[in-house]
Design a protein around this ligand. Sequence first.
Ligand SMILES: NC(=O)c1ccc[n+]([C@@H]2O[C@H](COP(=O)([O-])OP(=O)(O)OC[C@H]3O[C@@H](n4cnc5c(N)ncnc54)[C@H](OP(=O)(O)O)[C@@H]3O)[C@@H](O)[C@H]2O)c1
Length: 427
Amino acid sequence: MREKVKVAIMGFGTVGTGTYKILTENRELIVNQVGADIEVVKILVRDINKKRQIEAPEYLFTSDADDILENPEIDIVVELMGGLEPAYSYIMKALERGKHVVTANKEVMAKKGRDILTKADENSLRLCFEASVCGGVPIIRALKNSLATDRITKIMGIVNGTTNYILTKMSQEGSEYEEALREAQALGYAEADPTADVEGYDAAYKMAILSSIGFHSKVDIDKVKREGISKVSQLDIEYGNELGWTIKLLGIAQDVEGKLDISVSPVMLPKQHPLAGVMGVNNAVFINSEAVGELMFYGPGAGQMATGNSVAADIMAIAKQIVMGNKMQSNCSCFTDKDYVEELKAGYYTRMNVINKPGVLAKIAAVFGNFGVSIESVLQKKTEGDKAEIVWITAKVGESSFRKAIEAIESLDVVNSISSIIRVENN
Ligand SMILES: NC(=O)c1ccc[n+]([C@@H]2O[C@H](COP(=O)([O-])OP(=O)(O)OC[C@H]3O[C@@H](n4cnc5c(N)ncnc54)[C@H](OP(=O)(O)O)[C@@H]3O)[C@@H](O)[C@H]2O)c1
């Protein structure tokens, strides 16, 4: 019987310190469940002289990755550095050296997950990555275990706290995008360079990970359609509000008769939908499945202790198996390679600025009609002099027909500009 499971942490920032704190402060709680002690024996950082948020013995720190990767005593390597490299190479080397791995790295898992999981399986090792999606929300374990026997048809997620904070500010306080972004940056919710969050890259990585598990398929990150929130304006929030909708940056992944459609974009969502009530930096994932029906997972998508807990729980799960001497289970549940839906049908909200004169509405409606786009409603909003703002809500339509209609409308002499187009998720 093992008395100790030895762990090394690579990265001692927000998540690394949270993980260390949980493993040390809840040591007894963990020992009682694992049947052995989990001991942190090395911590990798860039700068060993840097003042840390929490204290840890000096002898634990190193800036040489090989002190961990080449140490045969270490059972589990916990990668909490972030970024693609050197994280990916370190994870692969750890697996080659027979070490189990835990990571919180969504970029590595979205871009290289298949390679890593295959390597882990080849070497009968565990690779756990709960914290890579929605920080403290246990969504991956739920998909991999509790829902493993069910068929999932749709996954919708608010999986990026920064953008949800910005959109919440815009809708609750009437702020414009730039102002809400500056506030998010001042509070530490957004990076100085916010591109990864506001342009939807971070959410796309997370949706690729969730889809690969939920739909048991390899997912190519380049096939995830992505649009950020930087073009969402206060006017769209106001008009959406009048229509009973709220705007969220939503990841939507669907299995449509065996083909996948995965996207991240701003979406008009009915206010009654459970995801519409998710405010601030919180995350939530809403799942439709054949047997269970509708499920929602909600909670903190980031943060030192919440994310640290997801990492610590992964470490504990592996430690339990080591102690019991179990043969390690297969990591990869993405055993198919599904195609992608060529064209998904969706409804669209379109705001345009037009010349304010009789016959304009009919002219635009005729173009929509020519491309087979049915209109559900039209709202004439503010009129200023010879200019008017019109909002069109379409019925569900194929994206290419819709885009062709918009192109033709844009070239009409009565149309000044197409100000915004936002997908409507109305069912
Ligand atoms: N923050 C969250 O709430 C959250 C939530 C979910 C998932 N995640 C994921 O968790 C991971 C870590 O995020 P974080 O927020 O904890 O990052 P962080 O605060 O920036 O910490 C990164 C740590 O990694 C170390 N590091 C970075 N590159 C290194 C290298 N090349 N060699 C050695 N050490 C290196 C840094 O060392 P120094 O301290 O010496 O600079 C630092 O201790 C990322 O993959 C992130 O996406 C974070």
